[in-house]
Design a binder for this molecule. Structure first.
Ligand SMILES: Nc1ncnc2c1ncn2[C@@H]1O[C@H](COP(=O)(O)OP(=O)(O)OP(=O)(O)O)[C@@H](O)[C@H]1O
Length: 255
């Protein structure tokens, strides 16, 4: 762990499966890891490999069937029951999550209001966050009036408004073109560095992964937190194999 950083999350031997159509679907077979306050982690793996499942467990929105997870550096999370979000973890999930009846700025302001902040300050913070992600001109629009990529940037703005200690983002720029996607990632990373906030980004994008400090790979529910980018453990426990970041594109090792 880097000097001056604190341990936010500790997980050991997490397993999670779901019942679907009378069958047991294994989503996460084995995951042990720690997240420190200075960490900037890419979570890479093919579609269906368990990335979203893992992020939901880290957020405390879901509970493992086996294994333990604790949030020693996140008192807000530790005091919340499983299934409820806490304001020290911010989430940008894949599915649309803006509240349809609220304007963009009201959506972005919400985390600060829920934390007990005043409306004026919440709006100020939201306006600054929307500017950071270059969507300030959309402030008075409703979610149905903006594009998917614009909505993703609003969600990232909403993530930073309550000044969390950890941001979990599930393919947060998947609906943006490459240039705008990278600009959003740069804005996010600049903010997390300035505000001592850890970040885990699930991504299929090699360029996004390269901008982070390390890459976790997940394949068939097996998490590898130490292998270099592009290597994932075999689901059968055999030799490691080269893989893509999830879309079938061969990738090089991150320097
Ligand atoms: N609620 C659920 N009920 C049944 N099966 C589920 C559920 N959630 C996830 N799964 C299954 O668990 C496995 C892992 O899913 P998960 O969404 O974590 O993968 P992912 O790596 O995030 O995929 P993607 O990159 O496509 O978003 C998949 O086989 C999926 O179908």
């Amino acid at each position: 762990m880097a000097e001056g950083s604190k341990l936010l999350v500790v997980a050991r031997d997490l397993q999670r499966s779901f019942a679907f159509a009378g069958q047991k679907v294994g989503a996460l077979a084995s995951a042990s890891f720690e997240i420190a306050s200075t960490d900037r982690i890419a979570l890479a793996g093919p579609s269906g490999s368990g990335k979203s499942t893992l992020l939901a467990l880290i957020a405390g929105l879901d509970k493992p069937d086996v294994g333990t997870i604790a949030w020693p550096g996140l008192p807000g999370r530790s005091s919340q029951p499983v299934g409820l979000a806490s304001s020290d973890i911010a989430l940008a999930f894949q599915a649309p999550s803006l509240i349809p009846s609220l304007t963009v700025i009201a959506n972005a302001a919400l985390p600060h209001m829920l934390r007990g902040g005043g409306a004026g300050e919440a709006e100020e913070r939201a306006a600054a966050a929307l500017s950071l992600f270059r969507v300030q001109d959309l402030a008075d629009k409703l979610p149905e009036e903006i594009s998917g990529g614009q909505a993703q940037r609003v969600v990232l703005a909403r993530c930073i408004v309550a000044r969390p200690d950890l941001i979990l983002a599930d393919e947060p720029t998947s609906q943006l073109d490459h240039l705008n996607g990278m600009a959003a990632i740069e804005a996010l990373l600049g903010w997390t560095a300035d505000n001592k906030c850890a970040v885990v980004i699930a991504t299929h994008d090699v360029e996004v992964a390269r901008r982070l400090d390390r890459t976790w790979t997940i394949y068939h529910g097996l998490l590898d937190t130490v292998g270099p980018l592009g290597h994932v453990p075999s689901a059968q426990g055999g030799a490691e194999r080269e893989t893509a970041l999830g879309n079938g594109h061969a990738v090089g090792r991150v320097a």
